[in-house]
Structure formats: C-alpha cells, structure tokens
Design a binder for this molecule. Structure first.
Ligand code: NAP
Length: 254
C-alpha cells in the first residue's frame, strides 16, 4: 500500500513537489490549498481547498484520512498554518518536514534595514513623503494605510481586496519571475526611493534586490517569522529523502 501524504501548499515549491510525488507509485498524495487564489493553477495530484479549522481540525483530518506523513510546503510567511501543523504533528505522531526556501542574505553594496514586523517597517518610512515600491503580497498591504502621506506602487499577483484607501497609490498586477533589467526599469520609471518587501526568498522575485543595489536604493525588509519547530529542509530532494527514511511504504504499520 502506498504512503498517504498530505502536502500543505500554496507555493511554487509545493506544486513542483506534487509533480515529483505524482510520478512515484509509492506515494498517494493530496495537496491542500488555503483557497486564497481565485483561479488556482492545475496540480499533478488531487487537491483539497480550504482551512481545516485550526490545529485540532488539521489533526482530525490527518486521522480521518489516515495520513502517514506531512509535508508543509507553505510560504515562509504563512506562520499560522506552519504553527498549526507543528501542533497537529505532535498530537498525531506522524513524521513531518517543512520545505522552506532559504531567506535572502544581504551582500556587499546592499543597503537593507530589517524589521520584525510590517507595522514597524511602515512606521519607519517616516514623516517625509517617500516614493515606495511595495512587494509584500496583497494580504498585508492594508498596513500601509497607517502612513497615507507617501507615494506608493503596490505590486501583487492579484488585486488587493478590499481596495486600499490611500490617496497616492498605484497598483501593478504582475507575476514573477522578473529580470534585473525589468526591475531597474520599474524602479527608475517611477523614481522609487525605497523598496518595501519581506524576506520571502527564492529566485523568482530576488531581482528587485539586485536592481535596488545597482541603483543605490535602500531596502526595508520584514524578517522571517519565528521558526515553527518543524524539521526544515530547502530542496525537494531532501523532502523525498526524508520520506524514504521516515515514511517508507514497506515499514508502515509494522
Ligand atoms: P496563514 O496565515 O499561515 O494561515 C491562516 C489560515 O489559513 C490557517 O490557519 C489555515 O486555516 C489556512 N491555511 C493556510 N494554508 C493552508 C493550506 N495550505 N491548506 C489549508 N488551509 C490553509 O497563511 P497565509 O499567510 O494566509 O497563506 C495562505 C496561503 O497562501 C498558503 O497556502 C500560503 O502558502 C500561500 N501564500 C502565502 C503568502 C504569504 O506571504 N503569507 C505568499 C504566497 C503564498 P485553518 O486554521 O482553518 O486550518
């Protein structure tokens, strides 16, 4: 019998993992999405959509669906679901691993200011109006309403809902990957003087940091949320290795 695997997704990495798992007969995987995206991309394994009802709901799902192992492949800033997963894993005793992309690191020439939370970043923009490119996704964009005197360009994949009540804001609907040339053109076109972002990591959206360094533009960055306590790995191969060791089909139930 195949190992029943639950993948918590909503990321490019989860989609790629699902594609790899779908090709392996030893695994019977289901991918879970929160349901935030209106038109989610097609996936290589069956999908369920919507919250579980907290950590207890996730633990109940794991038991009811006889899940043998869990892979948390949600976004590095999706802290609640990772915390819930850690609790549910302790309650059910199943093996679990978190696939998480490494954070970006500042290098020579970078001018980064790091903040523990978005609210402190917004406050630190200061009293003098600035021209801010915001790339923090749409879910938390409302934090910028606290500083309405700046000029904003918000970039997100889907529209920010409900619309932001800001007097000076433009909305750029774009999905990465972006090139450094694209990002230099964007920053220059709008005469951006600060980039507000969060340390998501990954290659698809890192060009903005290289562009900011090239143009000497400071970056204000929200740091990663605290670790969930789950074992963390950075590659799909490492997840497959973990599963081979901790949830092999032959040994289950032995
Ligand atoms: P979150 O704050 O950590 O989670 C909030 C609640 O959403 C969870 O308690 C859970 O509801 C539900 N949820 C989250 N991920 C889920 C999943 N994969 N399957 C089922 N339920 C899930 O999460 P978030 O930051 O809102 O992110 C939501 C989704 O968007 C995730 O799939 C994440 O990977 C993706 N995403 C997030 C970001 C970001 O910056 N936060 C960026 C890109 C993509 P219950 O408590 O009811 O179970």
């Amino acid at each position: 019998m195949a190992t029943r695997l639950l993948i918590l997704g909503g990321t490019t990495e989860a989609r790629a993992l699902a594609a790899r798992i779908a090709a392996l007969p030893d695994y019977d995987a289901i991918l879970s999405l929160a349901g935030r995206t209106a038109a989610p991309l097609a996936q290589a394994v069956p999908v369920r959509i919507g919250g579980f009802g907290g950590a207890a709901g996730l633990a109940a799902y794991i038991k009811a669906e006889r899940i043998d192992a869990l892979v948390v492949a949600t976004h590095p800033f999706a802290a609640q679901i990772a915390a819930n997963a850690a609790i549910a894993v302790r309650a059910t005793g199943i093996p679990a691993v978190r696939l998480i992309r490494p954070p970006w690191q500042a290098g020579p020439g970078d001018d980064w200011q790091v903040f523990p939370a978005l609210e402190t970043l917004v406050a630190a923009l200061g009293a003098t109006p600035r021209r801010v490119l915001v790339t923090i996704g749409r879910q938390e964009a409302h934090a910028f309403v606290a500083a309405p005197h700046h000029y904003y360009w918000f970039r997100s994949i889907e529209p920010i809902e409900p619309p932001l009540r800001l007097p000076q804001a433009e909305f750029l609907l774009e999905r990465g990957p972006f090139t450094i040339a694209d990002e230099i053109a964007l920053l220059s076109r709008h005469r951006i003087d600060v980039l507000a972002t969060k340390n998501s990591g990954g290659e698809a959206t890192r060009a903005k940091l290289d562009a900011a360094r090239t143009l000497g533009i400071p970056v204000m960055m929200v740091a990663r949320p605290p670790a969930s306590g789950l074992l963390e790995v950075e590659t799909i191969d490492a997840v497959l290795d973990f599963l081979r060791h901790h949830a092999p089909p032959a040994e289950r139930g032995a």
